[in-house]
Design a protein around this ligand. Structure first.
Ligand code: BDP
Length: 679
C-alpha cells in the first residue's frame, strides 16, 4: 500500500498537539462553487484529512459560523462578497493563492484548476510538517505546457518501460481499470502536470485506429478522468493514417484528399473529447512514415494536421528526433548530433502557430551526459517544447539509482546566448524570450502497472521531481528531494538525510561507472542496459566513440571535425571548439584526444577512466551500506524493493568497471598508476 500511494501517503499524524491544531483548521471544507475539479479537490482533501487526522471533514457549500478550508475561484469569491487582501492580477489561469484570513484557510484559484493545485499544495505543507498559520502563498507554474508522454503500446507492453506493463492498454484494448488511471491522474495533478499523451510515439497497426470511432468512446472515458484533474489528453498518430485507415493512396500533406481526411478525423475526435489536446507526431524517424516520402518538408507535414485541429483549439506537437538511423558506419563524416538542427533550423517561421516542435534535451538521445541541444533557442519564430526522459533508458533502467533532477537542472540553467547573455533554456521554455504562442516541457513517463508504479521505489523521485521542477525550474534538486522524501517516507531525520544524500549523489555515481567525460553509449544494443563498449561502434545508428590505440572521442569541431560546434551561439561555439575551454565533463563529446590528454584536474583521460570506474563501484557499495542502516525505519516492502535494486546495481557497476577498464587498458597499454586490478 505504501508503495502504491507514492508521495500521497497521508500518513497518520501522531503528535497530539499537532493533531489538535490541524483538526481545528481542517475539519470543515467549504466549497463555494461546483465543478468536477472542485469535486476532485474535495475528494482529495477528504481522503487525506481522514487518513492523517482520523476525522472525516464536513463539506459545506456556504460560509457561515463554521471555519475551515474555503475552496473558491476568484469569481465565486466576488459573488460571495468576500474581501481578501491579495493581488491575483498577475496570475495566469493556472495560478492560485493560499491565504489565512478570518480564521479560514482560503484556496483561491483563477479557475477551478488553480483551486485543485492549491489543495495539493496545502496537503504537501501538512505532509512536510509546515505550520498552517499566516499562510500567504501566491503560486503559478512557470511553464505553460507541462506534459507527460506515455510510450505505451496497445498490446500492453511499454517501449522503454521498466515498471511492468501499461496501465492504459491490454490485449489491444483500452483498459477497463479506470480506477488506476484515476490514481495516476491524482499523482500527475499533485505535481502540476497538465497534459498527457497516452500512446507510444511509434504508432503501429492497432493504435493507428485510436483516432477512429472504434476506440474514441473509450478514449473519451480516459480523457474524462484526466479532465477532472486538470489534465488534457493527447494522442500520438501515425503519419500514414490517411492510407492505413482512410484507404487513400497517399499521405501527401499537400493532397486535398489528405487534408480532408485529417479534418474529418479532427471533427470526429472532438465529438468525443471536446477539449482534446491534439497530436504528437514522430515522423521520418526510425522507420516511421512522414512527409519526406512525398518530398515535402516537415513544416508542410505538420501544417496539414495543424489546420485540421485549429478550429477546435488543438495543437500539433511535432518531434525533432529526426536523423538517419541507417547511415554507413564506414562513412564517418556524418554526425548524428547535427541532425535535428540541420533538419529544422532552416524551417524557422514556416510552421503554423498551433504547431510546437518538441526537442530532446541533448542532440543524441538521453545519455547520462550530453551537450544541450543547439536547436533549443535557435528558432525564434517557431514554438518549441523541451523533451526530457523520465524513464531511465540509458540511466540504469530503474534498477540502478539515478535521480535525474540535477541533470534536468543543468539543462534548464544552460545559457544558450540566443539573445545575449542570460538566455537560459528555462527562460526559453517559459516563453519569456521569444514570442511563442505555446511553450513548455514534455517528458517520457517512467511508470507502469507495478505496484509501486516505477519499479524501483526511489525512481518515484524522478516522476515527482519532473513535475515539480517544470512547474518551477528555480527549485533546487535538494529542495525537491526533501519534499519527496518527507511525503513518501515521513519526517524521520535519519531517513530524510540518508535518502537525500543517496539521491543527490546518484547521477554522478552512475556516470562514474558508465561513460564519463561526455562520451556516452557503450551500452548493449537494443535494450540499452549494461556495458558493451563496442556495442554500437560499427553499426548504422551513428553513435560512436572512435577509440583506437591512441585515444578516443568524437571530433565535432569546425577546424577538424564534423562542424557541430558551429550550431551553438557565440561564445558557446568557441568554448566548445577549443580544447582549452571545453569543459572536461563534455570533453569527449566534442573532441578526439589522446589517452594521455591532461584534464583540468591534472589527471590524464585514461587515469580518470580508471579512477571513476573504481570509485563508482565503491560508491554503489556505499549506497547499499547507507540503505541497510534504514532497516526498520522504512516499511518492509519498500525497504526490500530498494535493496534488491541496489544489489542489481552493484552487479551492473562491477561489470561496467571491469569491461570498461580492461577494454581501455588493452587499447592504450597504459597501466593504472594505482595498480588496481584490471583484467
Ligand atoms: C530512443 C529510444 C526509442 C524511441 C526513440 C524516440 O531508444 O525506443 O522510440 O528514442 O524518442 O531513445 O522516438
Amino acid at each position: 500500500e505504501e508503495s502504491y500511494a507514492c508521495w500521497l501517503q497521508y500518513r497518520k499524524i501522531t503528535d497530539p498537539t499537532l493533531v489538535e491544531k490541524l483538526t481545528s483548521s481542517l475539519s470543515n471544507l467549504i466549497v463555494l462553487d461546483q465543478s468536477e475539479r472542485l469535486t476532485a479537490a474535495i475528494d482529495e482533501l477528504t481522503t487525506a484529512i481522514q487518513s492523517m487526522l482520523e476525522v472525516k471533514p464536513v463539506t459545506l457549500t456556504e460560509l457561515g459560523e463554521e471555519n475551515g478550508v474555503v475552496l473558491a475561484t476568484e469569481e465565486s469569491l466576488k459573488l460571495n462578497n468576500i474581501e481578501l487582501e491579495y493581488d491575483v492580477s498577475e496570475l495566469t489561469v493556472e495560478g492560485y493563492v493560499i491565504k489565512s484570513a478570518h480564521n479560514n484557510i482560503y484556496l483561491i484559484g483563477k479557475t477551478d484548476k488553480g483551486v485543485l493545485y492549491a489543495a495539493f499544495h496545502l496537503l504537501r505543507l501538512v505532509q512536510g510538517n509546515e505550520p498552517l498559520t499566516n499562510l500567504n502563498i501566491i503560486e503559478q507554474p512557470k511553464n505553460r505546457l507541462r506534459m507527460i508522454n506515455q510510450w505505451d503500446n496497445m498490446d500492453g507492453s511499454i517501449e522503454r518501460g521498466y515498471a511492468g506493463k501499461s496501465i492504459f492498454f491490454e490485449e489491444n484494448k483500452i483498459t477497463s481499470n479506470l480506477a488506476r488511471i484515476k490514481d495516476y491522474a491524482r499523482l500527475l495533478s499533485s505535481v502540476g502536470i497538465n497534459s498527457v499523451s497516452i500512446n507510444n510515439v511509434n504508432v503501429f497497426e492497432v493504435p493507428t485506429r485510436l483516432i477512429t470511432e472504434e476506440f474514441l468512446p473509450e478514449v473519451k472515458n480516459v480523457a474524462d478522468i484526466f479532465r477532472s484533474y486538470g489534465i488534457t489528453t493527447f494522442l500520438s498518430i501515425n503519419y500514414a493514417s490517411p492510407i492505413q485507415i482512410g484507404h487513400l493512396h497517399t499521405a501527401d500533406p499537400l493532397a486535398p484528399e489528405v487534408q480532408e481526411f485529417w479534418k474529418d478525423v479532427a471533427n470526429e475526435i472532438y465529438k468525443y473529447v471536446p477539449d482534446f489536446g491534439g497530436f504528437i507526431v514522430k515522423a521520418d524517424s526510425e522507420h516511421r512514415p512522414g512527409p519526406f516520402t512525398y518530398d515535402r518538408d516537415h513544416a508542410e507535414g505538420a501544417n496539414v494536421l495543424a489546420k485540421a485541429l485549429k478550429p477546435h483549439g488543438g495543437i500539433v506537437i511535432w518531434r525533432c528526433f529526426v536523423y538517419n538511423c541507417l547511415q554507413d558506419w564506414r562513412d564517418r563524416t556524418t554526425d548524428r548530433a547535427r541532425a535535428a538542427y540541420d533538419n529544422f533550423k532552416p524551417l524557422d517561421g514556416k510552421f503554423l502557430d498551433n504547431v510546437i516542435l518538441q526537442v530532446k534535451n541533448g542532440p543524441m538521445d538521453f545519455q547520462v551526459r550530453e551537450a544541450v541541444s543547439p536547436l533549443l533557442g535557435a528558432m525564434p519564430n517557431t514554438n518549441q517544447v523541451l523533451e526530457f526522459q523520465v524513464t531511465q533508458e540509458y540511466t540504469g533502467q530503474q534498477k540502478d539509482l539515478c535521480y535525474l533532477v540535477p541533470l534536468w537542472k543543468e539543462v534548464f540553467d544552460f545559457d544558450t546566448h540566443a539573445r545575449g547573455e542570460g538566455t537560459t533554456i528555462k527562460k526559453i521554455t517559459e516563453g519569456s524570450v521569444f514570442d511563442y504562442s505555446h511553450s513548455g516541457v514534455a517528458a517520457v513517463s517512467n511508470i507502469g502497472n507495478d505496484e509501486n508504479w516505477t519499479g524501483n521505489t526511489l525512481a518515484q523521485a524522478n516522476f515527482y521531481g519532473y513535475g515539480r521542477l517544470i512547474w518551477n525550474p528555480d527549485l533546487s534538486a535538494e529542495e525537491i528531494a526533501l519534499e519527496w522524501i518527507e511525503a513518501t517516507f515521513g519526517n524521520d531525520p535519519k531517513v530524510v538525510e540518508t535518502v537525500s544524500k543517496m539521491l543527490l549523489q546518484s547521477w554522478e555515481i552512475y556516470e562514474n561507472y558508465t561513460t564519463p567525460l561526455g562520451i556516452g553509449w557503450m551500452v548493449n544494443p537494443n535494450h540499452h542496459y549494461g556495458v558493451n563498449v563496442d556495442g554500437y561502434e560499427y553499426s548504422v545508428w551513428g553513435t560512436y566513440h572512435f577509440a583506437d590505440l591512441n585515444g578516443l572521442g568524437v571530433d565535432r569541431t569546425v577546424a577538424t571535425g564534423t562542424g557541430y560546434t558551429n550550431q551553438y551561439f557565440s561564445p558557446n561555439s568557441e568554448m566548445y571548439e577549443s580544447l582549452e575551454t571545453c569543459p572536461d565533463d563534455l570533453l569527449l563529446f566534442f573532441h578526439h584526444v589522446p589517452y594521455t590528454h591532461q584534464l583540468k584536474t591534472g589527471k590524464t583521460v585514461i587515469q580518470h577512466f580508471y579512477n571513476t570506474h573504481f570509485e563508482g563501484v565503491e560508491q554503489v557499495e556505499g549506497l547499499i551500506e547507507s540503505w541497510i542502516k534504514l532497516e526498520g525505519k522504512i516499511d518492509k516492502i519498500r525497504f526490500a524493493n530498494v535493496l534488491e535494486r541496489l544489489q542489481l546495481q552493484l552487479i551492473n557497476a562491477k561489470e561496467w568497471r571491469d569491461q570498461f577498464n580492461t577494454y581501455f587498458f588493452r587499447k592504450s597499454g597504459i597501466a593504472d598508476e594505482k595498480n588496481r586490478k584490471i583484467y
